[in-house]
Design a protein around this ligand. Structure first.
Ligand SMILES: Cc1cc2nc3c(=O)[nH]c(=O)nc-3n(C[C@H](O)[C@H](O)[C@H](O)COP(=O)(O)OP(=O)(O)OC[C@H]3O[C@@H](n4cnc5c(N)ncnc54)[C@H](O)[C@@H]3O)c2cc1C
Length: 349
């Protein structure tokens, strides 16, 4: 029987655990927090927007769209709906006037209940969860599995990395897995906050604080001598005394984070009845970001199996990979699709 060890009991790790166990593997999940899926239980403002009717590579930021397409082809929107219906979760599709696609939620609109359903399925299948481990202990156990994979020709052990990004570190996704990534010699793009608010020192914010307006947000990145780049998104935009947020601003925030990191300037024009341009000096921190851009370079990963090319027997899924999605259920869907593939591949390899 194949032994599959998974680091991380978040969205992608739970999916990988269920899929590997259903495929007949003996599965152990190593988790440094005291419970599974803490971030999952907070998603969608507690309502869990778990997929979208328009799943496809166009909604993801990925250096090679063919990579995202390959992962998503194996587990699309209908697959996600069916998978969770089997766990007793009926889908509800919500349409918003700012988007033409359907955001999919569980009927009960209860993210904690959603988390419980997939966790209970893993337990029912006999998955062993080791909670509250120190990061040193996780590293020690991971190294033992890696040694075993290296030693045994018959490859009866596999390791799945599912430790998330650095977004909302209070939920356990805190980059503590990084020493293992370094040890494996993987090409890694530094995590930056994405899907978050943007900060400006513009005095107009004092006047506009508390406002919610419908309009277009246009982010302009100024690159000195090079031509400027522009990104747009529409919907409800919100203002506080120091920051600008709302879904359209969140969708653009990753570009601002990358530009500011490079020392470029970022300007956000809000087009409503009144038009104004705010210079952005920072994004919200990791503690407020829903996801991160960055992660393990996709060139390291075989998208047909999620196996790390230079380390047969080691797989990766979820936000650890350098792929981030738009708002609307796309990030959880990537966790399901990549976790599904990693779990099955690890069990069958
Ligand atoms: C507030 C909020 C709301 C969101 N809402 C939505 C939404 O409605 N729809 C959507 O599509 N996406 C949403 N997202 C994004 C989505 O939750 C993530 O993209 C998704 O959870 C990523 O799954 P993951 O398995 O990669 O990581 P996580 O779900 O973050 O899981 C990683 C797990 O690994 C564990 N771990 C980390 N390091 C170690 C270690 N060293 N040892 C052991 N365990 C470790 C963590 O404790 C955690 O349990 C939201 C995110 C946030 C923060």
């Amino acid at each position: 029987m194949k032994n599959v060890t998974i680091i991380g009991a978040g969205a992608s790790g739970l999916m990988a655990a269920v899929c590997a166990a259903r495929a007949g593997a003996r599965v152990t999940v190593l988790e440094h927090r005291e419970e599974a899926g803490i971030k999952l239980s907070l998603t969608g403002n507690g309502r869990c927007n778990y997929t979208n009717t328009d799943i496809g590579p166009a909604h993801y930021h990925c250096s090679d769209p063919a990579f995202a397409e390959s992962v998503l082809r194996n587990f699309g929107y209908q697959d996600a709906v069916r998978f969770f219906e089997n766990l007793g979760i009926r889908p509800v599709i919500r349409h918003y006037d700012f988007d033409e696609f359907g955001y999919v939620y569980p009927e009960g609109m209860n993210a904690a209940g959603f988390r419980d359903a997939i966790f209970r399925e893993a337990e029912r299948l006999g998955v062993a969860f080791c909670f509250g481990l120190s990061d040193d202990e996780v590293m020690r156990r991971a190294e033992a599995v890696i040694d075993e994979i290296g030693r045994k020709q018959e490859r009866d052990s596999a390791l799945i990395l599912a430790a998330g990004s650095n977004a909302y570190p209070v939920t356990g996704s805190d980059s503590s897995i990084y020493p293992l990534i370094r040890k494996l010699g993987l090409d890694f793009h530094t995590f930056l906050p994405a899907l978050c608010g943007l900060y400006s020192k513009d005095p107009l914010l004092k006047e506009w604080k508390g406002r919610r307006v419908r309009g277009e947000a246009v982010l302009l990145i100024s690159e000195g001598q090079d031509p400027a780049r522009e990104y747009r998104a529409s919907g409800e935009i919100q203002f506080t005394e120091h920051s600008i947020s709302g879904i359209p601003v969140m969708q653009l925030s990753r570009y601002a984070a990358i530009a500011l990191k490079k020392g470029q300037r970022a300007f956000l024009t809000i087009r409503t009845d009144e038009q104004h341009t705010f210079e952005i000096y920072r994004t919200a921190g990791f503690d407020r970001a829903q996801v991160c851009s960055g992660g393990i370079d996709i060139a390291e990963i075989d998208p047909a199996s999620m196996q790390i090319k230079k380390h047969p027997g080691i797989y990766v899924c979820g936000e650890m990979i350098d792929v981030d999605g738009e708002c609307g259920g796309f990030n959880l869907h990537f966790a399901w699709a990549s976790g599904h593939l990693a779990g099955l591949s690890a069990a069958h390899s």
